[in-house]
Design a protein around this ligand. Sequence first.
Ligand code: ADP
Length: 260
Amino acid sequence: EVNIQTQLPKHYQYKKIKHIVLIASGKGGVGKSTTAANLALALSDQGAEVGVLDADIYGPSIPSLFDAIDEQPTTQDNKTLNPIVKEGIKIQSIGFLVPADNATVWRGPMASQALNQLLNETQWGELDYLIVDMPPGTGDIQLTMTQKVPASGALIVTTPQDLALLDAQKGIAMFNQVNLPILGLIENMSHYICTHCGEKNHIFGHLGGEQLAVRHGVPLLAQIPLNIQIREASEQGQNLLTQHVDIAEHYFSCAQTISS
Ligand code: ADP
């Protein structure tokens, strides 16, 4: 049971964080966390100070993506937590603080309270970007969380599959409802390039991301392929970007657009 008491004024920490960017998806399993982690690495590689807050209470995967599942955040004052630092990125996760099977049954107020604590009571220090890996979906919990976080904007991750696109559309509607700018759409598992013949296959459908972006007037920032190296690096907690230059390009160009 984690119970962090704090007297810190709610907005104290935000002053040192230039941009909070929410990474959201309408549907689970579309690669939201993988994208969040790789985007954080890309921004960091470009020289930015980056933090990642894993707010995906139902399936916190940031610790494993950064090979940090056994880490425990420390505290100096019994009020605030030091983030875990991996690859030069400060990470904090609900997964560090509660057992995996505990948080999943939380109701909305508890979930958004937990997010509040992680956000406000982590010693982020100076950050150019705090990337927040949101829980998938567009229910009450997500809406409350979105309202509580003073974010600069949101990125929506979707696959080209109809169902994911439909859910991404709900995500767009949710952010519009709270007047949070949508920085762009990222189409993940966009296509597959055959390793034998080089042919490009649109396994989950074609043009969905483009059409959704046009319809809602938001930029399509990246079309990231379905790729075995992305999955392997994410499952092994390795830095994809230093190992696979051609794949890394997608995240770098996305990071470039966000920071410009
Ligand atoms: P979400 O956060 O949306 O639930 P994850 O980021 O956990 O999704 O990704 C779900 C699974 O898909 C993981 O096993 C991950 O490694 C894999 N994955 C994500 N993006 C890709 C991709 N572009 N190519 C191959 N596998 C991917």
